[in-house]
Design a protein around this ligand. Sequence first.
Ligand code: 13P
Length: 337
Amino acid sequence: MNEQVLNATARAMVADGRGLLAADESTGTIEKRFKTIGVENSEANRRAYRDMLFTTPGFEQHTSGVILFEETLFQSGLDGTPFPKLLESKGVIPGIKVDKGTKPLAGAPNEVITEGLDGLRDRLAKYKEAGARFAKWRAVITIGDGIPSDYCIHTNAHALARYAALCQEADIVPIVEPEVLMDADNTLEVCEAVTNRTLAAVFDELGRQRVLLEGMVLKPNMVVSGKKCPVQADIRTVATATLRTLKRHVPAAVPGIAFLSGGQSDLDATAHLDAMNRMGPHPWKLTFSYGRALQAAALKAWGGANVEAGKKAHLHRSKMNGLAALGQWDAKLEKAA
Ligand code: 13P
């Protein structure tokens, strides 16, 4: 483990005004996205779509890194350049999703565990050779009747830490992503309590498994009202509760926190990040690692063929979130565009 390399990469991932583009949808997930625009889920279309995103002129000013799905890491862009090379040439760090998705957790109805640890050391060596300098593993915590259980939180935290330790052994920065889902009807207070339990367990396991905090990036959910909750907390309340929760659990040694969007609207995801950065200074950088909130508009504008419109929409959301990462976003900029 090279501590300097890990720390330098982690800091570059959360550099001022820049964040991560999560474009690591599995083949199944991208199928769901393509269905909304009536595009066939073929290898050629996945490649063309990602090429559109990665060749957007200027997106690199706001994007420090891109999380790729395994297929994309080994694909080339439309001009024949391997995607990792294409990204590095723009100063964008290539990363790779390494988990194998979720499966039902034995003996825990309605709860899931993330798989993918077996053989991970060998896969990391292969990914590194292909150009990946950071990785992602997503653990999923579900809120519901009597859940999450401590069993689910702890087994997922344990797996996250095992993954993170293996990454660091290979000088790959782990994005540690414990996602508390926002799909239920729970209040913000319940989300806060569950996120507190989750982050406590995650940092406990990271410590036990000797993970270098200076060489990782945390990718948490924000503390929000569940999507089906009749009362939706406002921007300020979400920002305040999220910061309160993070300050209780995330050591200052962690260089940065890059939020997932988790199904928030594009504008909410941007506004929340902006509000939190305006409440700074904070011990860590706060930026984005959005999938849907960065891609939804671009996907729709692209529609399978309209490359220039897709790039324009992508650049706009990258720019808005880059400003939010500095606490300099303004809702007026959305209308102007
Ligand atoms: P969303 O921003 O769409 O939640 O995706 C981010 C991600 O990478 C989830 O693992």
